[in-house]
Ligand binder design. Sequence first.
Ligand code: GDP
Length: 440
Amino acid sequence: MFDNLSDKLDSALHVLKGHGQITEVNVAETLKEVRRALVDADVNYKIAKEFTNTVKEKALGQNVLTALKPGQLMVKLVKDELTELMGGEAAGVNLSGNPSVILMSGLQGSGKTTFSGKLANYLKNKKTKKPLLVACDVYRPAAINQLHVVGEQIGVEVFSDEGNQDPVAISKAAIAHAKENGHNVVIIDTAGRLAVDEAMMTEISNIHTAIEPHETLFVVDSMTGQDAVNTAKAFNDRLNFDGVILTKLDGDTRGGAAISIKSVVNKPIKFIGTGEKMDAIDVFYPSRMADRILGMGDVVSLVERAQEQYDEEEARKLQKKIAKNAFGFDDFLKQLQQIKKMGSMKDLLGMIPGAGKMLKDVDIDDDAFKGIEAIIHSMTPDERSTPKIINSSRKKRIAKGSGTSVQEVNQLLKQFNQMGKMMKMMQGGGGRQMMNMMKG
Ligand code: GDP
């Protein structure tokens, strides 16, 4: 996501790293590069200019007041401003009605049908919601069919009325059907065109006026750059929609749409689509997105994923073991298995600050742990709990048993020892010290 922009911003901000002080000259130089990076990423020139002007004012104003180094300060200012530009806080969807009616709008191919399915699935997984999907594309039987396929896949009912050419009538019938059948959310997928045209705009605004949805969402393909922003403006002028859905952020997008859209239509981005599958949906958090754009990783998402796997009881046991110096290879193996449950290695490492960029072109094998696991499996229980006893003849036996070399066994033992030391440090109140080290 946004690799190019991240690279360019990184090198722009690097200019200041060597300087001890912020001056008008080095700020101007840095921000010129930042602006160029934004424009190259398809951010509207005016927005990019306003952006760098704001950052400049803040940078020069704060110069004396901060203990941060100029490079760090600038990264912070750029990050804060990017966050602000993308909307500040995360925005939710209005689900206050019974049923809550959500109207989807956007061009054909933007990902409306896919996103309708993703949102239905997302809400259904919240247990308290029973969504109904509604097919209102009266021109393309294939689109109706596509929604039925999606609905079947996620186990959500789809309402359609093939042959009926009146989307307003279909929407009303669907809402009545929802009321009768206990659906508390109705998601209406509408017809799109390849470009903004009057007939489509009239049709969607007629539906909008007739059913008065609780939430109107505008779906847009992030790969379309400046066009995305123009389309958003055209739809917003007619519908005054409540929020934007940015799709295909998993693709090779330059990022301009994500950065500019909020300031052009003054509506928040609410969700993003990051793949074709039904679970590739994420709530949009401006601050996390800014972190990603700046190549600072997405530590919060990483922590959230870790928390999903976190077992308090296990963690307590582990802590005791570390305190008693009794952390052995069996525990190590358990930890490895937990990490693996969190997702693909490349995904996880990509969320660590600084790692994303380094790993961009590296092919990370999710089986990388296999060798380590094989070595541990070839150890006796005694060796696992008291690694100290592993002498050179034991090493040879372990290497042979695991199909590895003595060198690899040595390497693992060394890493294991280092990890032990590190854990001790974290426990002994050194946690903050470690965090600071990581922040660099
Ligand atoms: P609609 O015409 O607006 O309903 O668009 P569709 O939902 O049919 O999506 C158009 C194409 O984009 C389909 O091939 C989808 O699988 C694909 N698509 C939709 N959302 C995403 C996304 O977030 N990432 C990727 N990679 N593809 C997507």
